[in-house]
Design a protein. Sequence first.
Length: 155
Amino acid sequence: MSGPRDLNGRAVTPGRWERLRNRLPGGARGHDPLDVAEADLVVVAESDDEAAASSSVLDASDWRPDDEVVLRHVLRLPGDRVADAVATAALDGYGRVDQARPDERASDTVTLGLARVQLLDAMHLAQERSRMASLGSRHGGVVLRWQVLQRPVAG
């Protein structure tokens, strides 16, 4: 995934003015696009409480609303339903990030993470939490937690 993302995780095409400004010396934004696989990302907000309000968790966190995030959901699904769930999540721009633990690989359930890059606000976080709860339920599983990851603050 490259380039900036909107609140729904879709790539945003820069306008003519932004493309022109980026060509000028010192006009480029100066940072690489965020990627779900970056090793230095830090969890700035998370919850395993399905009843916790997204706005409350974000308000009490170190989340920076103007910066893109990696939104990661951790689900436990029956092993034979994982491929279908991952394919369904991919329709909304989510990709699988491995969360499996050695003790779970021998059982009939799999713990996996689904993540994508996007801008975030409380309403869209609540929407994505609901979407993942529905995905988990339709595939015979549950959502264990969600996490918001961002690059560490420079300095």
